[in-house]
Design a protein around this ligand. Structure first.
Ligand SMILES: CNc1ncnc2c1ncn2[C@@H]1O[C@H](COP(=O)(O)O)[C@@H](O)[C@H]1O
Ligand SMILES: [Zn+2]
Length: 388
């Protein structure tokens, strides 16, 4: 374990995590944009309200986080120095990203690329979330924004040799800057698209903005119409709101970094699955270090937890890296990592039969990996030099 805010994982740990079939349940579409695409799209900006040098500075700063993964000489582990990007800076960057992804073409492209990146990382099931946006100046409505997302998904399936490898559902996000009416529009849209691959609703956005009561009717509406709901909560210290969200009992909750003893007990009693994003929380300083991340305490009690990325483009990470970080920071064995990955099937917003089928598909893939690795002198599945 490195010093505060640093963590160590070995190339073998990362290789194991890359080979593991994984489930991604907390990924924001625009936050998962490839830095190279961000840079390319920014060149096409014309008369943007943000200057190109400033945009380039922000993009460089993002890519720099990626450069903090320093490969050391072969026998040494990979060193990750977590660069920090406060939540405020993070939301400035989202505004920038949104300025360069204003067209249907850009949305379609980043959707395809995000799926390509996930499949290459051995993600076998993903719930991708995004905030539908109306941009009248671009002839974009919330519906046409989502059509572009669906076209991006179709493009991925049409072009990928690994198409069968990844199953996708969408979650529609409500941004905390939105009014009750805007939130309700998104909830109605999600209900209309239930049979088209929309599995649920998400509440996200700058945690310091807005009031829980504003969006609650929209979330009630979605729930009454059979959709699942996940909510970002406790990303900053706001005990009243966190308690109200827990009392509402979302189907899953993201983050929950800032809890006191009472809230922690309520959460444990609720048994609500937690979506945990280590790099995001450390980079935004919602938690002080990997070692101090609450993943460890919740995982140790048997509380349902799932590792997720949040924003691979903003935090320069991947789901494999998040698993490797957890392995290193909390001393998880390969078997524990495997069980963690498999258990996520139960926390998806799929029907129970589909969850079982997903888990079986993952178990079969794990079995193939075990057999493939059984002849290797270094067993990926037990971290021993040889496996008996
Ligand atoms: C870092 N922690 C976070 N906390 C809260 N909300 C976040 C977030 N990361 C991302 N988002 C939400 O996702 C949007 C970008 O994707 P979409 O435009 O919807 O595809 C951001 O604008 C924010 O609302
Ligand atoms: Zn998030």
């Amino acid at each position: 374990m490195g010093a505060d805010g640093t963590s160590l994982f070995t190339p073998e740990q990362l290789a194991f995590c890359q080979a593991l079939p994984k489930i991604e349940l907390h990924a924001h579409l625009n936050g998962s944009i490839r830095p190279s695409t961000m840079e390319e799209l920014s060149q096409q900006l014309d008369g943007a309200p943000i200057s190109l040098p400033e945009l380039q500075r922000l993009i460089r700063q993002t890519t720099m986080i990626g450069f903090h993964f320093l490969p050391l000489p072969s026998a040494s582990p990979t060193l990750l120095l977590a660069a920090s990007r406060t939540l405020g800076e993070c939301f400035k960057l989202f505004d920038v990203i949104h300025r360069i992804t204003t067209t249907h073409e850009a949305i379609q492209r980043i959707t395809r690329e995000v799926l390509e990146d996930m499949a290459a990382d051995n993600v076998v099931y993903a719930e991708l979330r995004t905030t539908p946006k109306a941009r009248p100046e671009q002839g974009m409505t919330k519906e046409s924004y989502l059509d572009a997302v669906f076209r991006g998904i179709a493009d991925y399936y049409a072009s990928s040799r690994r198409a069968a490898d990844i199953q996708v559902r969408l979650l529609l996000s409500i941004d905390r800057r939105q009014s009750a009416e805007e939130a309700m529009d998104t909830a109605r849209l999600a209900v209309q698209l239930k049979d088209e691959g929309v599995a649920g609703l998400d509440l996200s956005g700058n945690p310091s903005v807005g009031q829980w009561g504003t969006w609650r009717p929209a979330l009630d509406y979605a729930r009454q119409h059979g959709l699942k709901v996940t909510v970002h909560a406790g990303e900053v210290w706001n005990p009243e709101e966190t308690a109200a969200i827990l009392a509402w009992r979302p189907d899953r909750i993201g983050h929950m970094c800032c809890l006191d003893e009472t809230l922690e007990k309520q959460l444990l009693d609720s048994y609500i699955p937690l979506e945990l994003c280590l790099s995001s929380n450390v980079c935004t300083e919602s938690v002080p270090s990997y070692a101090a991340h609450h993943f460890s305490a919740f995982h140790a009690t048997g509380h349902p937890v799932v590792l997720c990325t949040d924003d691979t483009g903003v935090f320069a990470t991947s789901l494999s890296r998040e698993y490797a970080l957890a392995a290193a920071a909390f001393g998880l064995s390969n078997e524990q990592l495997t069980q963690l990955a498999l258990a996520a099937a139960d926390y998806t917003f799929l029907e129970p039969g589909e969850q079982r089928a997903l888990r079986e598909r993952m178990e079969a893939a794990v079995e193939v990996e075990r057999i493939d690795n059984s002849s290797s002198p270094f067993c990926l599945f037990c971290s021993k030099d040889s496996c008996s």
